[in-house]
Design a protein around this ligand. Structure first.
Ligand code: XMP
Length: 587
């Protein structure tokens, strides 16, 4: 793995900020290998770094449990750049004064530059920057110059060039700070003297060397999902060791989208994977799920089945013998505590519970060729390996598959008319504050003129966590019913068919390029023999942690709605709920 060979020039100390990984990514994009480490990392472990960046974070430096840094870093002579909370931490540690600002400053701000020294070199006058803070540095430490200010924040950038310490209150790493890249470049190349050493696409050879070194004369097996990470990791191993020594198993859960198994087969054939097999576990998964209704119960059953099926494969294929090691598509954010999404963790817990796999991990019989790369870098490597763009650029798809898009109900129920619309008693998962909600959905009859209507209605109505527009219904909404429904093969098949219709239309129209994900959800709300409805949920996101609704062009929506009027479907709805307060998946 390149991380073994290459010492990072820059370490980003993670003070809990959501942008910590973005900082490391930006540094890498500038051609410099950067790692992320815990903020408390001792200075002695960071010897040899050309520079340190302290990230932002939600805490207040006066809170005793807030993240800190080893103070020795600030006298080590290594250049340090503090960003947001990082600036406050630096000021606080060196005797400056940090206090709560009169008001917070969140979003765009105008930065007035009074001193274009070092990090602000080449940037003058008034610049747009992005701020997100309440605390401010009220007094810079002795020996520091104040370089810039905004209306709300008198000390927005400081430096002590002789000590090689620099800090900014705003976020140079985000796109809303147009001069941010120049600031990072100034820090990296001028203050730290970094030299370019990183191009993800050029890492392929060293990754292959690493795979050969770890494997020795052993073979590697993978459980592949068809997703980008496991496919790229698998392909790297194939290239490094040859197809005879690398085995891939794809578990067909019966919960995948239409054509998925063939897609995976086709892609693996194209990269010359001769020892690849599909394990047909459809009956096992669908059998266990047929009476499930509760979201957590569905997830639990799926997790258990993955464990059973993988254990059976490990044993029947003798993968636990000493001549095999496990390959995994773990990427960099998955390896650090602050990275990855909670949901990704959930799926991993299930995988990790496979006793056989846990044993391999404990014994170090594992190779993770992508563990120092970010997602975009993985895609760049994939392109270099000649993997198809349809594979590399596909929307993320959750491990439990269509099961979390096929909503169930234990009871029957009728919509309740309110002044704001109909409350339909189909419950879905949402997220408000830091907690999960499981509530009904409000259906309104027309697309509202403004975007914030869903949030307003959800804040107003305690019993709902989502708002949808009824685009088409076979009967008036108050004549439709929720009926008991579970995760049957028929309902999964109906959802799969609808999902394929939506996927085809959105791909062909080019609409897919505007969305990060485009789930289609089946809800048990219908009339007569057509007992279900569909919900369209096109969203945009960066990492799945937050998401905003994307509106489909009217013409596409109309044509799609016509195509979705298939047997068994009584309505088409459009989800208007951002995340938060909704989640992307309904579950
Ligand atoms: P939510 O629904 O929490 O989803 O807003 C955020 C992102 O995570 C995906 N997701 C999963 N991915 N295993 C996965 O690999 C899972 O169990 C899982 N659940 C949700 C979801 O599709 C979205 O991109």
């Amino acid at each position: 793995m390149p991380v073994d060979i290459l010492t990072p020039q820059i370490t980003v100390l993670d003070a809990g900020g959501q942008y910590c990984h973005l900082i490391a990514r930006k540094v890498r994009d500038l051609g410099i290998y950067a790692e992320v480490a815990a903020s408390e990392t001792p200075a002695s472990n960071l010897r040899g770094r050309k520079g340190i960046i302290i990230s932002g974070g939600p805490a207040s430096v006066y809170d005793p449990s807030s993240p800190t840094i080893d103070p020795a870093l600030l006298t080590s002579g290594i250049p340090v750049l503090g960003i947001c909370y990082g600036q406050q931490l630096m000021a606080h540690a060196l005797g400056g004064l940090v206090q709560k600002g009169d008001r917070g400053e969140y979003g765009l701000a105008q930065l007035d530059i009074s001193n274009s020294d070092t990090i602000l070199n080449g940037i003058e006058g008034r610049q747009q920057v992005w701020m997100s803070h309440r605390d401010v540095v009220a007094q810079a430490p002795d020996g520091f110059d104040v370089l810039a200010s905004t209306e709300t924040c008198a000390i927005a950038a400081i430096s002590s060039p002789s000590r090689r310490l620099f800090a900014v209150q705003f976020h140079p790493e985000v796109a809303h700070t147009p001069c941010g890249l120049t600031i990072l470049k100034n820090f990296l190349f001028d203050a730290c003297g970094c030299e370019k050493d990183w191009d993800p696409a050029r890492q392929v050879e060293s990754v292959e060397d690493h795979i050969r070194a770890v494997a020795g004369d052993r073979n590697v097996f993978f459980f592949v999902s068809g997703g980008v990470d496991s496919t790229v990791a698998y392909t790297l191993c194939l290239k490094a060791l040859g197809p005879e020594r690398v085995h891939g198993t794809y578990v067909d859960t019966g919960l995948m989208r239409e054509g998925e198994t063939e897609f995976v087969r086709h892609n693996f054939a194209a990269i010359g994977a001769s020892s690849f097999q599909v394990a047909d576990a459809k009956a096992q998964f669908l059998g266990a799920l047929s009476t499930a209704t509760d979201p957590e119960q569905k997830r639990h059953i799926i997790g258990e089945k993955f464990v059973d099926v993988q254990q059976q494969i490990l044993e029947s294929e003798h993968f636990l013998d000493a001549n095999w090691i496990l390959g995994q598509g773990t990427i960099y954010p998955d390896t650090i505590e602050s990275g990855g999404t909670a949901k990704a963790d959930l799926i991993k817990t299930h995988h990790n519970r496979v006793a056989g796999i846990q044993k391999l991990i404990d014994e170090g019989r594992i190779v993770e060729p992508l563990s120092s790369f970010y997602k975009d870098e993985v895609r760049a490597i994939g392109r270099q390996l000649g993997l198809a763009p349809e594979l590399l650029d596909r929307h993320p798809f959750p491990g439990p598959g269509l099961a979390i898009r096929c909503l169930c109900s234990e009871t029957s129920g009728t919509p309740k008319k309110t002044a704001d619309g109909y409350i339909i008693p189909v419950r879905s998962v949402g997220v408000q504050g830091d907690s999960r909600t499981y509530r009904s959905v409000l259906a309104i009859e027309e697309f509202p003129a403004t975007d914030d209507v869903a949030a307003r209605l959800i804040n107003k109505l305690d019993q709902v966590n989502r708002v949808v527009v009824a685009v088409w219904t076979k009967a008036p909404i108050d004549e439709m019913r929720v009926q008991p429904a579970s995760l049957t093969a028929n309902r999964i098949a109906l959802l799969r068919r609808a999902d394929a219709i939506v996927r085809k239309a959105t791909e062909e129209s080019g609409f897919d390029a505007f969305t990060w994900q485009n789930p289609v959800i089946l809800i048990p709300f219908g009339c007569g023999n057509d007992r279900n409805s569909l919900v369209l949920r096109p969203i945009d996101s960066v990492d799945g942690m937050t998401a905003s609704v994307v509106r489909m062009p009217e013409e596409l929506l109309q044509s799609l709605t016509m195509q979705l009027q298939i047997e068994g479907i009584a309505g088409v709805f459009y989800d208007l709920t951002n995340k938060p307060p909704g989640t992307i998946e309904w579950e």
